[in-house]
Design a protein around this ligand. Structure first.
Ligand SMILES: Nc1nc2c(ncn2[C@@H]2O[C@H](COP(=O)(O)OP(=O)(O)OP(=O)(O)O)[C@@H](O)[C@H]2O)c(=O)[nH]1
Ligand SMILES: [Mg+2]
Length: 352
């Protein structure tokens, strides 16, 4: 089998978590899967590091959307198949639209079978379709709801993620809402974090193919670029040297992310997804995510022990002008470093 599939979705919807869960499901079944981690930034990528920590075979494609890199993507796919992968899954950065035209249609009819184009949706962005006040409540532009609709128009299947946060009744309502936009596609309610529904989704991606029957040009609608263009990205890599025995790396990282949350909120800005990955010694690490100023900080992995030095990577997508985002993040890194008595050395910052 040589199969390739895209897992698309809004920032922080759970694409990487779903790909990690699918990879582990396939491994249990003896199917060799490989993941492509695609991101806009050029810097080290949190998602690639985190997926590797879960034992996935990962190829990184930083520096822009796979949409416009057909040749490079072909080479990465060939390499993965040559090393034994049967199924390669890739995410797509940004808001998850355009991949059907810009990626799938370039591969249609070739040697590689295309898995259904799966759109991961979390209750956060889905609320933009159901509740008029949601965009004020969760500080996302209301027209992001239009992006979600366009995203669903492209999809061969919808993956309603994070159902562990919903009651069964709310899950039913969310599925109905997705079906009201796309009555013709299957909807998989899952919790990628806890593995619920991942087997059903995994079997479906293996046994079905992309029908490619949606109209062309769905991802090229000009009005969709407005909300996406308002998103800035910020990537940073830095190193901290610890001075004192009582340094607690998890408390430092929480302080950093919480300071960022309050700073962006104070500027009437938002962080649809800010990810942080910190390496300690001997493979110890922490990974945190903030999927918006209105959501709790997710501590996806905590340090197992104390650390004397840390190497930190931050990848963030922000609703904020890039220059301001850079200033806010620098102030947050400085403030958290000061509070924890750290010597901080910033290696690289890219923002746009
Ligand atoms: N409660 C809950 N949280 C989840 C689930 N899936 C993902 N998350 C959390 O949501 C946050 C974002 O998940 P990611 O998998 O990084 O989201 P993503 O779509 O890959 O994000 P980007 O690559 O930045 O667009 C992380 O803190 C995850 O742990 C889930 O099923 N339930
Ligand atoms: Mg991701």
């Amino acid at each position: 089998m040589r199969k390739f599939g895209i897992i698309s979705g809004f920032l922080g919807a759970g694409k990487t978590t779903a790909m990690i869960a699918l990879d582990s499901y396939y491994r249990q079944k003896g199917i060799r899967c490989s993941l492509i981690v695609n991101d806009i930034g050029d810097c080290d990528m949190v998602d690639a590091a985190y997926s590797e920590k879960h034992g996935a075979s990962v190829s990184a494609m930083p520096g822009g959307c796979i949409c416009f890199r057909t040749q490079e993507l072909s080479e990465v796919l060939e390499k993965a198949f040559a090393s034994g992968a049967e199924l390669v899954l890739s995410d797509i950065p940004g808001c998850g639209i355009g991949g059907l035209d810009h990626v799938y249609r370039s591969y249609a009819g070739g040697q590689t079978e295309l898995a259904p184009f799966a759109a991961v949706i979390s209750p956060r962005e889905l609320s933009l379709l159901s509740d008029e006040d949601a965009s004020y409540r969760i500080h996302l532009p209301g027209d992001m709801g239009e992006i979600l609709r366009a995203h669903l128009q492209e999809a061969d299947a919808a993956v309603l993620n994070k159902i562990d946060l919903l009651t069964p009744e709310e899950t039913g309502q969310a599925v109905d809402l997705i079906r009201s936009v796309r009555p013709d596609i299957p909807v998989f309610p899952v919790s990628a974090r806890y593995g619920t529904g991942i087997g059903e989704l995994g079997d479906y991606l293996l046994s079905s193919s992309a029908p490619l029957n949606q109209p062309q040009g769905l991802g090229d609608r000009g009005e969709l670029s407005a909300p996406a263009d308002r998103l800035a990205w910020y990537d940073c890599r830095y190193y901290v040297k610890v001075c004192c025995d009582d340094f607690r790396p998890d408390s430092y990282l929480s302080d950093l992310m919480e300071t960022a949350r309050f700073s962006f909120a104070a500027m009437n800005a938002n962080t649809p997804h800010m990810k942080i990955f910190a390496y300690g010694e001997d493979g110890d690490y922490a990974k945190y995510s903030l999927t918006g100023i209105d959501y709790p900080l997710e501590k996806d992995h905590l340090f197992g022990r104390r650390a004397v030095e840390l190497s930190v990577v931050i990848n963030a997508r922000l609703l904020c002008p890039p220059m301001l985002a850079e200033q806010i993040m620098k102030a947050c890194i400085d403030a958290a470093g000061k509070k924890h008595n750290l010597d901080t050395m910033i290696f690289s910052v890219t923002s746009q």
